[in-house]
Design a protein around this ligand. Structure first.
Ligand code: SF4
Ligand code: SF4
Length: 165
């Protein structure tokens, strides 16, 4: 390889590494999704492209696994569910993709600060790893991400110096 070509490739790799050092991991690292408009049950199987509606199955699981409209997982894609003679492909297990039954979304997550509409996890990560992450902490109540955990928000769990005795 001509040295000028090698030099420019090396320079380009170094530039990518340098950019990464400046903290450009954004919320896509967590699969953060916002609904296109007002969709009250966003991020649940009932409006996922991979849900086989007439059979109450998920395209990714086995045919034996019942999947109701209220469930969810990290492979969610917003869209009109499948209907007809689709067969599940048994590609992943529900455990592998964080399958949960019930409401998800920021509004039901223990990291969601409803007063400021901010994510406590994103805030904490930005504080702890500023050279690695640059996460927009402002989130929408109807949005969701793969770090969802059902619960009530407690500021002291996320802000330093606000722990209860
Ligand atoms: S389990 Fe996941 S991929 Fe399957 S239908 Fe529900 S949200 Fe979609
Ligand atoms: S509030 Fe919960 S679901 Fe929303 S972005 Fe933060 S961790 Fe994810």
């Amino acid at each position: 390889m001509a040295s000028s070509v090698r030099n420019s490739i090396t320079k380009s790799i170094e530039e990518v590494i340098e950019t990464k050092k400046q903290g450009d991991r954004d919320r896509t690292a967590f699969g953060y999704l916002e609904p296109p408009g007002d969709i009250p049950k966003f991020a649940q199987c009932g409006n996922c492209l991979l849900w086989i509606k007439n059979k109450k199955q998920c395209y990714w699981f086995t045919a034996e696994k019942e999947v109701v409209a209220e469930a969810s997982c990290i492979l969610y894609v917003y869209g009109k569910p499948m209907e007809g003679n689709f067969k599940p492909v048994d590609a992943v297990t529900p455990e592998e993709v964080g399958f949960v039954n019930g409401k998800v979304r920021c509004e039901n997550c223990d990291a969601f600060d409803p007063e400021e509409s901010k994510c406590g996890i994103f805030y904490r990560i930005n504080e702890e790893l500023p050279t690695v992450f640059n996460l927009d902490e402002k989130v929408k109540p109807k949005a969701c991400c793969n770090a969802f955990y059902r619960g009530k928000f407690r500021k002291e769990d996320f802000k330093e110096g606000e722990h209860e005795e």
